[in-house]
Design a protein around this ligand. Sequence first.
Ligand SMILES: [Zn+2]
Ligand SMILES: [Zn+2]
Length: 296
Amino acid sequence: MSTTVTITGTGCPIPDANRAGPGVLVRYNELSMQFDAGRSTVQRLAGADLWVPSLTAVFLTHYHSDHCSGLADVALTYWIMDRTDAAPPLTIVAPEGETSRYVESLLANWEDDVAVRAAHAGRSSRPGLDVRPFAVPDHPTEVWRRSDAQGEVVVSAGQVRHEPVVGAVGYRVDTPDGSLAITGDTLVCDEVAELATGVDVLVYEAMRFDYFDTLPERRRYITEYHADTRLIGRQAAELEVPTLVLTHLIPAPESDTDRQAFVNDIRAGGYVGDVIVADDLYSVTLGQQQSGDWSR
Ligand SMILES: [Zn+2]
Ligand SMILES: [Zn+2]
């Protein structure tokens, strides 16, 4: 029995050959929960040895394209690879409003493709979605739960600060092995602190604001709704979280020097725990967090 957290994508909207769009896979026994599904998510799920039809549920943080442009691929692959022709609809949990609306029309553009595949293969099933919208809560609130003989997994959602995007959330996952939080896209804010209090692993989107200070004014708007690495360091120190995993990396590090710059910012914020500047498919097992600065 163990809970494994795998970063399926550490990228952002800027294409990077080595970084898929944002996503985190959490596995506990037979449960496989995917948080966000940016570009190339199915590729990374294959890299993580995850059989797509075995996905239990997908959770979305918000409707920005970098977080959901791979979702149709996940949903179609879930059906195409289903050898039983009887898999249940893919459960997708999403904040209600723009994000749930996006999910509800997800497969509308694929009807001709699905029809020809189904007819050709003699299949009676069609891709199905079990969309579960939830009202964005003021404080972290349970949005999904699953029990098995070995314990219970609870997923809670909490609002984060990603304005002008409204309805953006982060998630917290509690399993018998421990807990983790995934910030989604957000400023460093009290809402994240509330969501992440007491977790063993905190997966944080990370942007080096110092880098943007060197760019033209017209490109600095992006700092208005992302998480500054120095402030992440300060908050992680206050939370005393044991392991901090940085993802959604901006600018994308290309060398050890670039990675170290992220770590230095976190340390400047006062954090002394383990920092991982993640590459795609970095994995950590709850209760077995690794020591080290910027190991993958
Ligand atoms: Zn994003
Ligand atoms: Zn975003």
